[in-house]
Design a protein around this ligand. Structure first.
Ligand code: MEZ
Length: 532
């Protein structure tokens, strides 16, 4: 329930609603976008980042919190006995989200023996948390070429072109694949897909399942993997270190039983890392939309065996994280709310930004409104936010639209006596996604032979900023590609003796660089004693 002080500012929002519904707020010019980004986006605050001091991508900048875990000490020593693996597989998939599931399915389909391991429960992943939708250009007025231009524009023209090409070309196929597997997409009465705009899209191509699109994708893929007779799934088994052979080829991973902390070796001819991002590192103190296990483990492990990193100085702060009530601060308020017409409004009842700017620009404009112009509402705990005028949606599209299209949002706020069909939501940017990560090729391959990656762990496809709906797409496109490529790689592999020599080399490089490495990494679970 809102406080009387907050209610006062809601009155201004209500007073201007009828006028605002008739107005179109202009989008920013490129120069205006750059200006607000430079001044207010967290990626542009130089004090928030530092250079990585050791390893293949030494000199690249990344948030302090991520640099600290990248420069951590391995959790294991190099003298573990690798002569008796607990089990052997062809393709070891690490990560139980959408990317890992897609990789497991395609690796199996292409003839590999597959094991999927996940450190928490199968499906505890950011896939589950994504709400608004998945992009694919599958209408006559759209095309992969137009989708390509939107992705590149959103990414500040720095995306790796062949990755964007793979993303947009595979997109319509991925939608058909998901539907064939049983995903329930939103459909119009005539059976065609309902498709909407997202920030930075020039065509309506956002396919959705209400506002739990990610959960529906996860349900579909998890069911498929679970019911697959040839894919073994091991839960609560965290990868803590990759294993190479004497020739520098991937030879599996060291896993840790999360309950007993027992360490064991799984031998594999290829590994697909699909471990997601690092929102639980809370860069610059931001809250996050991410699931509990999002601690950048894959980046840490891949980097230690020599994988190259890219774009890890760019993180996504989703413009609309819940700013009130306290219990849900940082949780996602889907971009679909703005896609359906809700406007961001300040305490004077004025709209101050076009609602569907690319995410980084929109977030920076929200921060400017609160921190510089001081026109945000402030909660009793001092959290600022701007109003997202959700009741407009029913006025524009007809009563019942909010309940029908945004049931998860309605429920999220109803638990706290806030009715978003009648009152706006208070929102502020929240750490949502890792734009960069481990550099990959168009088939999920890396510069480490036998190491494949997919999903949020990767860097390159989104350049410096991702558009809505391209992460759910990315996990399927690159999960499928990495799974297939890993399976095709398997017959070529003749593993030499496995070794953890790189652990010794890493420790030596850390010592030489004078890094004490107080943290043991991957950290696996967030450390809230460090971040409070
Ligand atoms: O792609 C996303 O991050 C997404 C779908 C989020 C959302 O706002 O719903």
């Amino acid at each position: 329930m809102y406080t009387p002080e907050m209610r006062e500012t809601i009155k201004a929002v209500e007073a201007t609603r009828a006028r605002r519904i008739k107005e179109t707020f202009p989008a920013m010019s490129m120069a205006e976008r750059q200006e607000v980004l430079d001044a207010f986006h967290p990626d542009y605050i130089t004090a928030g980042m530092r250079e990585i001091r050791v390893g293949a991508s030494k000199g690249q900048r990344t948030p302090h919190e991520l640099a600290d875990v990248i420069e951590g000490r391995p959790r294991i020593s190099a003298d573990i006995d690798l002569s008796q693996p607990k089990f052997e597989t062809d393709v070891l998939v690490v990560g139980g989200g959408g990317a890992g599931s897609s990789a497991a399915l395609l690796a199996s389909e292409n003839g590999a023996k597959v094991t999927l391991v996940t450190k928490l429960r199968f499906g505890d992943a950011n896939t589950m948390m994504a709400q608004g939708g998945i992009q694919a250009a599958d209408r006559p007025e759209d095309s992969p070429a137009i989708h390509y231009l939107d992705v590149i524009g959103g990414g500040h023209f720095e995306n790796v072109p062949e990755l964007v090409e793979a993303l947009v070309i595979d997109a319509p196929l991925v939608i058909r694949w998901l539907e064939e597997l049983g995903m329930m997409f939103d459909k119009a009465p005539d059976g065609t897909m309902v498709e909407a705009h997202g920030g930075g899209t020039s065509r309506k191509r956002m396919h959705s399942a209400r506002d739990y699109s990610g959960a529906e994708i996860m349900r579909t893929l998890r069911d498929e993997v679970r019911n697959h007779p040839d894919i073994q799934v091991v839960e609560f088994a965290a990868a803590v270190e990759l294993v190479l052979d004497a020739e520098g080829h991937i030879a599996g991973a060291i896993l840790m039983n999360m309950e007993t902390e027992q360490i064991f070796y799984v031998k594999a001819k290829a590994v697909v890392l699909a471990t997601g991002g690092g929102g639980r590192l809370h860069y610059q103190g931001f809250p996050t939309t991410n699931h509990y296990g999002a601690t950048a483990d894959g980046v840490v492990m891949a980097y230690r065996v020599g994988a190259e990193l890219a774009f890890l100085d760019t993180m996504q702060y989703h413009p609309t994280g819940a700013a009130f009530p306290e219990q849900i601060v940082g949780l996602l308020v889907t971009e679909k709310v703005r896609g359906l017409g809700a406007q961001p409004v300040n305490i004077k009842g004025e709209q101050f930004v076009y609602p569907l700017e690319p995410r980084d620009v929109e977030a920076a404009a929200f921060i400017r409104e609160c921190k510089s112009r001081k026109l945000g509402a402030v909660t009793p705990s001092g959290q600022p936010g701007v109003w997202l005028d959700s009741p407009m949606i029913d006025i524009i599209h007809g009563p019942g639209t909010i309940e029908g299209a945004l049931p998860a949002m309605v429920r999220q706020f109803k638990r706290f006596d806030i009715d978003i069909t009648q009152d706006p939501m208070l929102v502020y940017p929240t750490l949502h996604y890792q734009n960069g990560g481990v550099l990959l090729d168009a088939h999920g391959g890396t510069n480490v032979p036998g190491l494949f990656i997919a999903g949020e762990i990767s860097g390159g496809v989104h350049g410096r900023n991702r558009l809505m709906g391209n992460s759910l797409l990315e996990i399927c496109v690159f999960g499928r590609r990495a799974g297939r490529a890993a399976a095709e790689h398997v017959p070529e592999v003749k593993l030499a003796a496995p070794t953890l020599e790189h652990v010794t080399a890493w420790n030596a490089a850390m010592d030489e660089a004078g890094i004490d490495g107080a943290i043991q990494s991957p950290i696996l679970l967030p450390d809230y004693t460090r971040h409070v």
